[in-house]
Design a protein around this ligand. Structure first.
Ligand code: BES
Ligand code: MN
Ligand code: ZN
Length: 495
């Protein structure tokens, strides 16, 4: 992938395609055709013959304009209403059209005159984010003949932006999108390729490349730490578990740590409480939380954000093997807290009990976990908002802000004490399921038992990480949600 910012006029650049984001005012004023030099008549004619007026989501596609094989004019609506998200969407829509027309390179541009609510840096960053993320395809398993072309060369041409700002924005966008891609790739990879050891190997390799300190615990070490939750869920699988830790020390002089903990179930069959067959394959993405943790650490390290963050990811398959844990079992977690297993399909919270407890070793300023934890959360919020629960009020306010900025939006749900009796057990400290109602909340209350008094936030990404339908700039499948959200969050923490 090549990503660049240039001050040159787009007409002086060479690429397969051009994507031009236009406001209604840009179109109205008649400023657009003159930008195309010798092709101005062509563009003028096309605009006149269409109903393209620059309204949001409108698109006008022209072919062979100057050096460009394809030109996409994309509307972003009224100038006064411009947002980063509208720029991302426009860029994504344009790039997708260019990609369909077999373009491999794109120039992205917009008409000058900055607006108050979107800075120059943000304009470059958002155009690139939308374009790069929108161009993503998981085509690794398609043989060459079946692969469709992909845009891999991105240039933003914007005049009136300081070169240093444009270049910084371009590099930042590239680095974040690469981290999102790594997370998406991990999620979309089949479970015969990404099993716990393989996931840990990817994390370790990333750590070497970005100079992050990785510590990967194997089954013996996990047993020595008495991580009974992780071991119980692992017991039905032929593959050993792994416990991944990644220490990114971006602020060496500070002793403050933040912990991010991700659910790393590389395949969730439900175990003895077996899931139905339909769509079970999607459960290869049940490690999306872990993948987001790995991706976030990569993004933070490559951006050199001055914070200390430890990424933690317990990982195992959940399978119904002959030695599998069973409904009715009682397991003792690393914390000493005992769990009555009522349903082996509520396995995420069981492995997270050990992950969250382990996080306390860092005496963190806050613990944030990400997990594809409950179907109930998908019922409540669908795929357009992540469920947020927790005790860290300041952290949640910051996450809310980061969510609006990145459009990886979070929505807070309550964790009132009254719900807690649903997970009371007659024979152990807690039960792993809480009945039919408020399933996402009782799952969160279960997790809360393992974080002591540390400020803690749980993000249920079951709906947002594993997309049933494509969104504006993520195809169906792994979205990579969490990476941009947490990267933005830590930027805010650092400033
Ligand atoms: N990984 C699933 C949750 C899930 C469901 C993620 C749908 C994405 C889409 C989790 O391990 C699970 O199976 N949860 C159960 C809990 C229940 C048994 C209390 C669920 O939500 O049905
Ligand atoms: Mn499950
Ligand atoms: Zn699961």
């Amino acid at each position: 992938m090549k990503v660049e910012y240039t001050e040159k006029k787009f007409l002086d650049l060479r690429a397969d395609s051009l994507v031009l984001a236009l406001t209604e005012e840009n179109v109205d004023s008649g400023d657009v055709p003159p930008l195309f030099g010798e092709s101005r008549r062509q563009v003028e004619g096309a605009l006149k013959g269409s109903d393209f007026s620059g309204k949001r989501d409108q698109q006008l596609t022209l072919y062979t304009i100057g050096k460009f094989r394809i030109v996409c004019l994309v509307g972003v609506g009224e100038k006064s209403q411009l947002t980063n998200e509208k720029l991302r969407r426009a860029a994504a829509a344009g790039v997708k059209s260019a990609q369909t027309a077999k373009a491999a390179s794109v120039v992205l541009s917009a008409l000058g005159s900055t607006v108050e609510q979107v800075s120059d840096y943000e304009t470059v960053h958002s155009l690139l984010e939308g374009a790069i993320l929108g161009a993503y395809k998981f085509d690794k398993y398609l043989t060459q003949n079946n692969q469709k072309s992909k845009v891999v060369d991105f240039k933003v041409a914007l005049q009136g932006v300081k070169a240093a700002i444009g270049q910084k924005a371009a590099r930042d966008a590239q680095v974040v999108c690469e981290a999102v891609f790594m997370t998406r790739d991990l999620c979309n990879a089949p479970a015969n390729e990404i099993y716990p050891e393989a996931l840990a190997n990817v994390a370790a390799k990333m750590a070497r490349k970005y100079r992050v300190h990785a510590r990967i615990l194997d089954e013996k070490q996990i047993a020595k730490l008495k991580m009974g939750g992780l071991l119980a869920v692992n017991s039905g699988s032929a593959k050993p578990p792994r416990f991944i830790t990644l220490e990114y020390k971006g602020s060496p002089r500070s002793r403050d740590w933040y912990a991010i903990v991700g659910k790393g179930i590389t395949f969730d069959s439900g175990g003895i409480s077996l899931k139905a067959a339909a769509n079970m394959g999607e459960m290869k993405m049940d490690m999306s939380g872990a993948a987001a943790v790995i991706g976030t650490i990569q993004a933070l390290a490559s951006l050199k954000i001055p914070v200390n963050v430890v990424g933690i990811a317990p990982s195992t398959e959940n399978l119904p093997g002959g030695s599998a844990y069973k409904p009715g079992d009682v397991v003792t977690t690393m914390s000493g807290i005992t769990i009555e297993v009522d349903n082996t399909d509520a396995e995420g919270r069981i492995i997270l009990s050990d992950g969250l407890y382990y996080a306390q070793r860092y005496k963190p300023k806050a613990i944030i976990d990400l997990a594809t934890l409950t179907g109930a959360c998908v019922v409540a919020l669908g795929q357009h908002a992540t469920g947020m629960f927790g005790t860290g009020e300041d952290v949640m306010a910051q996450l809310k802000e980061a969510g609006e900025k990145t459009y990886e939006r979070v929505w807070q749900m309550p964790i009132y004490d009254e719900y807690e009796k649903q997970i009371k057990s007659d024979i152990a400290d807690v039960k792993n399921v809480g009945g039919r109602w408020a399933g996402a909340i009782t799952a969160a209350l279960f997790l809360k038992k393992f974080v002591s008094d540390y400020p803690w936030v749980h993000l249920d990404i079951a709906g947002t990480a594993m997309l049933e339908d494509a969104t504006d700039y993520a195809p169906k499948g792994g979205s990579g949600v969490g990476v941009r959200l947490l990267t933005q969050f830590f930027k805010q923490v650092a400033s």
